[in-house]
Design a protein around this ligand. Structure first.
Ligand SMILES: [Zn+2]
Length: 428
């Protein structure tokens, strides 16, 4: 008797799991009280969004609801496109100090770190980030590709992930450093030296699933005559080969570049996005505009980390925070293509990465522009402008909602209460 009940339940569970793949999902109709039209830069009232098979098929004040549609009432909310964080580290759980970083690489196995990464991915989605560009695994090899696969196969909830796998730096220019030479230690990146070695390594990363290629352009930051400088990691010839090989294989390149020297080297190499960029000078910002290069400033983390990093790494970390604010204000005035990116993982995933929005607005960016940086501009960076970044017919149904008005209080975006990705509701 007991056995039969158990069997019945077991079969019931199997039927439930199998259902989504077999049955075509019913169309959804969302009533949006306020809808942020990121393309026009305005808020529309009382709009209806029709979602069929994971895609948005109609948007407007008067639309024809398909028969047997399920209604989702967001009539007292502000509805926005799913947010995109263009700089994350799902395989990192905060590395304010070097000790935090070393501990994760030395005491945690890659499987353990990957389990934590699945939680980070879920957190990103629940915070309203329906897509992320994950900018390297910090020693966890290609585990980002595995997390991405598990999400795509609907084994675990998470955002759409654009992976960059292992990132690159030359020998001796990225942690772990400072240990006895007798020890064989894990590397935080893939170590590459010389043009041939670099080309092969780019091919290898693409082979194992890299959507993006990331490298570290600089390290050792210092201020001289009011300008933030740095030591450049790769000779120009090597950085150029890296970018050229990535582009040849249809991959874009992100470069960590904090000091002016590192930014200048990255621009000479022809990268697609500059990460951090605290040391931007006017000339370098002009060059960004001329070349159409994207800038992912990651300003919240500079504030979050400043004190602790200054204690162990010197006062330059406090100066960097101020210099980044100045650079951000000048970049805004020059209309550099700024994309929302937070470096979450560099700070713990328990802190909502959407705090970045408040910093952007505090540093002079209008709220609508801040929202665009995490929607339209980020979709453009990812070459997903046809699929992501706006609530429009023909786009993926990635939709979030907040109760208040993010245009009058941008911190509303830290309180996303409704999340849909590909037409599936993950939070309500
Ligand atoms: Zn980062």
């Amino acid at each position: 008797m007991r056995g039969r009940i158990w069997l019945g339940l077991w079969f019931g569970a199997v039927v439930l799991v199998a259902q989504p793949a077999v049955e075509k999902p019913a169309p959804l109709v969302i009533h949006a009280g306020r809808l942020v039209d990121v393309r026009a830069g305005r808020v529309l009232r009382d709009q209806t969004i029709v979602v069929e098979n994971g895609m948005i098929t109609q948007v407007g004040a008067r639309v024809t609801s398909p028969p047997n549609a399920t209604t989702i009432d967001l009539s007292s909310s502000t509805v926005l496109p799913g947010l995109i964080d263009a700089h994350t580290h799902i395989l990192l759980q905060g590395d304010v100090t070097a000790a935090d970083y070393d501990e994760q690489l030395l005491k945690e196995s890659i499987p353990y770190r990957t389990i934590r990464a699945t939680v980070a991915a879920r957190t990103a989605l629940m915070n309203g980030f329906t897509s992320i560009r994950d900018l390297e695994t910090e020693g966890a090899m290609y585990a980002d590709v595995d997390v991405k696969r598990a999400i795509e196969r609907q084994i675990i909830p998470g955002p759409r992930i654009f992976c960059s796998t292992r990132a690159f730096a030359p020998t001796g220019m990225y942690p772990l450093l400072g240990y006895s030479w007798e020890l064989k230690l894990p590397e935080g990146v893939q170590i590459v030296d010389g043009v041939d070695n670099i080309r092969k390594a780019v091919r290898e990363q693409v082979k194992y699933g890299a959507d993006w290629i990331k490298y570290y352009s600089d390290r050792r930051y210092y201020v001289k005559d009011g300008v933030l400088h740095s030591w450049v990691n790769f000779p120009d010839e090597e950085a150029r080969a890296l970018v050229e090989e990535a582009h040849r294989l249809g991959r874009r390149v992100a470069s960590h570049a904090i000091g002016s020297d590192g930014i200048a080297a990255a621009l000479r190499a022809g990268v697609d996005s500059v990460e951090h960029g605290d040391g931007f000078t006017d000339d370098l910002l002009d060059e960004m505009v001329r070349k159409g290069t994207y800038w992912c400033p990651t300003i919240f983390i500079a504030d979050y980390d400043a004190k602790a990093r200054a204690e162990t790494g010197g006062p330059v970390w406090l100066q960097m925070r101020e210099l980044e604010e100045q650079a951000f204000r000048r970049g805004l005035a020059k209309h550099v293509k700024i994309v929302f990116g937070t470096d979450v993982g560099g700070f713990p995933w328990t802190v909502n990465a959407a705090k970045e929005f408040s910093y952007m607005v505090r540093y002079g960016m209008p709220p609508m522009e801040a929202i665009r940086s995490a929607t339209l501009a980020a979709a453009d960076l990812l070459e997903q402008q046809d699929k992501l970044g706006a609530i429009e017919a023909g786009k993926a149904a990635d939709i979030v909602a907040v109760h208040g008005d993010p245009l009058s209080d941008i911190s509303e975006l830290e309180r996303v209460y409704f999340v849909m990705k590909n037409g599936v509701v993950y939070k309500q």
